[in-house]
Every structure is written in C-alpha cells, then in structure tokens.
Design a protein around this ligand. Structure first.
Ligand SMILES: NC(=O)c1ccc[n+]([C@@H]2O[C@H](COP(=O)([O-])OP(=O)(O)OC[C@H]3O[C@@H](n4cnc5c(N)ncnc54)[C@H](O)[C@@H]3O)[C@@H](O)[C@H]2O)c1
Length: 248
C-alpha cells in the first residue's frame, strides 16, 4: 500500500470531487475534502462509512475557497497537523455559461476566482511542504473546454486553460524536488453540474464523443488516483484527457 500521505481535494463534497476523495481513501491516503456545502460534506462521510472506509481517514472542512486568507491558513494548518500535504487536487469549479458578448464582468471574475485563483492559492500553500518533503502530486481538474474551447464558455475555458498553463509552470519549477503537477481534462461527465443542461445540449454533446456515451465520476477519479500514486512519479506537466476520445 502507498504511504499514508495527506491528500486535499477541493470541491470534494459531491460529484467528481467526492469520487476522487473515495478513490484516494481506497488507495490508503488520509483525505481532506474541502467544500462550501456542509450538507454534502456530511453525506460524503455517510457514503464513506457505508463503503467501509475508515472514518478518520476522510476529514472534512467547510470553507469557501475564494477566501484566500482562510484557505491559506487551512492548508498551512493541515500541513502542520499531518506532516505536510502530499497530494493536492484542485477540483472545485463552477460554470456561468453565456456567449462571449453576454458575459458580465461579475460572471467572468467569479469563474476565474473559483476555478483558477483558488487553485493558485492552494498550490502556493501546499508547494512549501511538498518541496520540504521532496514528494508531491498536484493535480488540477481542467476540462476539454480548456483544450479545445467551447462555445458559450469563454470564462470557463479561460479558467481551465489557465489551470493547464499553471500546472506546466509548477511542473517545471518543482520537478527537481520530486513534485509533479498534471491536469486531467474531463469531457462530459454525469454529475449535478451537467444534469441541469437541456436534453438538446446533452444530445449534441454525445455526438462529439467517439465512444457515444458520457463518462462516470469514477472514470475521472481513477485517473487522479493513478497520477497521485508512486507509480506515476515520472509523469509531469501533462494533460490527461478522460473524455471518451472527444479531444483527440
Ligand atoms: N461534470 C463534467 O462534465 C465536467 C467536465 C469537465 C470538467 N469538470 C470539472 O470537474 C470539477 C468537478 O465538477 P463536478 O461536475 O463534480 O461539479 P459539481 O458542481 O457537482 O461539484 C463542484 C463542487 O465544488 C464545490 N464548490 C463550488 N464553489 C466552491 C467554493 N467557493 N468553495 C468551496 N467549494 C466550492 C461545490 O460545492 C461542489 O461540491 C470542476 O472543476 C468542473 O469544472 C466537470
């Protein structure tokens, strides 16, 4: 089993983030799920217990990750309490879709603040202990939209392309310290985020997927668990598509 290093997963209460938390716990990690949604965090604990995952290996923190100071303090505290942060998964994300001429400043800023700026704050906070411990895995959940662009998502695609550029830069800066930084670019994954889309949009999306089906949260979580493993130690600065062939 892999060493019990601390993993932090933002947006870990539901959807893809929850599946990542459970996959990393199954890998033998101690995982902290950070989320703004307290009810979903409690639900995660119940699900983990039902799956037979030891309760004290999944910790939860209710936090709005756009509060940079509180977020930085939380990461520093967790690093102090657990001998450093081993794995950071920047997963929390939102959409505020519209055609580019209709996106308000507020909707542009909000998407960048949660999807990109908070990931920077977390990376800065976690990188210190990763460098000190000479072991680290930073995994950003980007999107095919950040690779290919997507009509109606200029703000979202910009944030996701930003995550890719940031991961490649961090990969270069921290490579000598045995810290890797990679992105996962999911395609269309069935979650509450995509559930709300109109059927017409879903049908159109399916036509763009060579595998003709949507992905499951576990498809993304499995890729994260691999990139977080000791076995993935020579992989850095990469964007791994989990998209049924959509962005090739
Ligand atoms: N679902 C897809 O098809 C898909 C495709 C590509 C990329 N992604 C990306 O995967 C990630 C997870 O997506 P999902 O579908 O599971 O979304 P989701 O909406 O189901 O979950 C996102 C989680 O982030 C949390 N969150 C949002 N704002 C927060 C804040 N300010 N502070 C703390 N937590 C906050 C939410 O409470 C929620 O639990 C996102 O970054 C998303 O952009 C999803």
């Amino acid at each position: 089993m892999s060493e019990k290093r601390l993993a932090i997963v933002t947006g870990g209460a539901r959807g893809i983030g929850r599946a990542i938390v459970l996959a990393l716990a199954r890998q033998g990690r101690r995982v902290v799920a950070i989320d703004i949604d307290e009810a979903k965090l409690s639900e995660l604990k119940e699900v983990a217990q039902k799956q037979g995952l030891e309760n004290n290996d999944i910790l939860t923190e209710k936090l709005d990750i756009t509060d940079s100071q509180a977020f930085t303090e939380t990461i520093e505290r967790l690093a102090d309490e657990h001998g450093g942060v081993g794995i950071l998964v920047n997963n929390a994300g939102i959409t505020r879709d519209n055609l580019v001429f209709a996106i308000s400043d507020e909707d542009f800023d909000r998407v960048i603040e949660i999807n990109l700026k908070a990931a920077f704050v977390a990376t800065r906070g976690a990188a210190r202990s990763m460098m000190r411990n000479r072991w680290g895995r930073i995994i950003n959940i980007a999107s095919v939209a950040g690779v290919m662009g997507n009509a109606g998502q200029a703000n979202y695609a910009a944030s996701k392309a930003g995550l890719i550029g940031m991961a490649k830069t961090v990969a270069r800066e921290l490579a000598k310290r045995n810290v890797t930084a990679n992105c996962i670019a999911p395609g269309f994954i069935i979650t509450e985020m995509t559930d709300v889309l109109p059927d017409k949009v879903k049908e159109y999306a399916k036509m763009a997927i060579p595998m003709s089906r949507f992905g499951q949260v576990e498809d993304v979580a499995n890729a994260v668990a691999f990139l977080a493993s000791d076995e993935a130690g020579y992989i850095t600065g990469q964007v791994v598509g989990v998209d049924g062939g959509m962005a090739m």
